[in-house]
Design a protein around this ligand. Structure first.
Ligand code: PLP
Length: 464
């Protein structure tokens, strides 16, 4: 399988190469040139597969022999064995035809584990074969950093540096990163804010000359194709469990960077009968405004109770736009240039297609808390604020009550205790067993000045 850039100018890559790349050299994102399509008969035959078995069937055509099948299978088995629930992604029923898919049973209690546990293992496997070592660098305000660190802690060929704003992430989130003590893990607490961290990472990717000879940076954010690939699986898993292919199913997805819901869009193209995909956003609602009113306009970032969705512009939206623009890289490139400086609208044909594919709804903090309280009151099920946004959006804009509607529950409620307390809980939600001693574990991190040269010299000292 070949991977091509959304801007049409960069060379096509194979799976191995695409995993080791961040942005394409023309500024675009990589996507598969063609998608596999699974027939109704194939979906029928998958009904008895467990999560890891299904993951193998779905990822195999994308990996396309870059990793031999038996080795790929072993990687997938090991990866999803880290999840503490035997179903890996269990479905919980909230109401009639209303479901929640719990994607927070992995090591860091957020759905990012599905992709990053996999990415760490895939990277290490490929690097071992190539006899190559790489450097991962990322900035985090929370979930991505801990999931990336957990995913890479046993990788021999990856040195990982994660920047977080010193004293500006929650204690649970910090400890999930800093209590991982493997030698290849480096937590850098920057005396600045998240934007400072992110600008330093961007600048480092743009000019990698500070790295020792022969080393390169690899991205772990959702512009990395392998992350999207791993996320396609749970749509099929939930859909088949609820009756696909003979029955349709809808999904509501708490959305930030558009990676998770883009995987749902791909699942639909690949043959899963999805009747509705709902983009659920918080007050940072650029995607809702474009889907509802065809108004693509950047507003200043707002801080909300759902911080993992506090994003001004969603990078993976470009992957959808590529299809909406009939895969015309030149036209898309011109559009992306324009939307840097002005409010833009999609061409009519593209907007019509977007409206057929997606519905959307934006939920503010107050409504988020109301939803957490309401669902607790109905069934004593505690939602985290991100998942609550998904449930609320589904309740507002679902097209049919005859079809199962699944909200992706993207984080465990214990990760966001603030929101739980603001929504009427009288106690902090308990952490799961395997993390109960988190507050007593030894931490290791380095506080570093908010200065690029200082960060680079720290990295130079620690790259082995
Ligand atoms: C990352 C994240 C999201 C947003 O996912 P995207 O793929 O960026 O759209 C939603 N909820 C939680 C808890 C997250 O960590």
């Amino acid at each position: 399988m070949k991977y091509i850039s959304t801007r049409g100018e960069a060379p096509a890559l194979n799976f191995e190469e695409v995993m080791l790349t961040g942005l394409a050299s023309d500024g675009g994102l990589y996507i598969p040139e063609t998608l596999p399509h699974f027939s109704k008969e194939t979906l029928e035959s998958w009904k008895s597969l467990n999560y890891a078995e299904l993951a193998f069937e779905i990822m195999k055509p994308f990996v396309d022999g870059a990793i031999p099948n038996d080795e790929l299978k072993a990687i997938i088995d090991d990866c999803y064995a880290q999840f503490r629930h035997p179903a890996v992604a269990p479905l919980v029923q909230l109401g009639h035809n209303e479901w929640v898919l719990e994607l927070f049973q992995g090591p860091t209690l957020a759905f990012k584990d599905f992709a990053l546990q996999m990415l760490g293992r895939l990277l290490d496997h490929v690097l071992e074969k190539r006899n190559q070592k790489v450097v991962i660098m990322g900035a985090t305000s929370g979930d991505t950093g801990s999931a990336a660190i957990e995913g890479c802690r046993r990788c021999n060929n990856v040195e990982i540096f994660i920047l977080h704003p010193h004293q500006r992430v929650s204690e649970v989130q910090r400890r999930q990163m800093t209590t991982v003590l493997n030698d290849n893990i480096h937590n850098i607490a920057v005396e600045g804010n998240f934007d400072d961290c992110q600008s330093m990472v961007k600048a480092s990717f743009a000019d990698q000359s500070f790295l020792p000879e022969g080393k390169q940076l690899v991205a772990v954010n959702s512009i990395n194709w392998a992350r999207i690939m791993a996320q396609i699986v749970y749509y099929f898993y939930a859909g088949i469990a609820l009756g696909a292919p003979s029955r349709e199913v809808g999904f509501s997805v708490p959305t930030g960077n558009f990676g998770d819901i883009f995987a749902g869009y791909l699942a639909k193209q690949m043959g899963l009968p999805i009747n509705q995909l709902i983009v659920a956003t918080n007050r940072n609602d650029i995607l809702h405004r474009v889907i509802a009113n065809n108004q693509y306009e950047k507003h200043p970032l707002e801080h909300t109770l759902s911080p993992s969705m506090d994003i001004m512009v969603s990078s993976n939206f470009e992957r959808l736009l590529f299809d909406l623009f009939d895969r015309d890289g030149a036209k898309l490139s011109e559009f992306m240039q324009r939307c840097n400086n002005e409010t833009v609208s999609l061409p009519d044909a593209a907007f019509t297609k977007a409206r057929e594919l997606f519905d959307s709804f934006a939920v503010d903090d107050e409504l988020t808390c109301e939803t957490i309280a309401q669902v607790w009151d109905e069934s004593e099920y505690l939602l985290d604020p991100h998942s609550a946004i998904g449930v609320k959006a589904a309740r507002e804009v679902r097209r049919s009550t005859d079809t199962p509607m699944v909200t992706l529950a993207t984080a465990h409620p214990a990760k966001f205790a603030d929101a739980a307390l603001k929504s009427g809980q009288t106690e902090v939600p308990p952490l799961p067993h395997h993390m109960a001693d988190l507050m007593d574990r030894e931490e290791r991190f380095s506080v570093v000045d908010n200065d690029l040269a200082t960060v680079h010299s720290f990295m130079q000292k620690h790259i082995r």
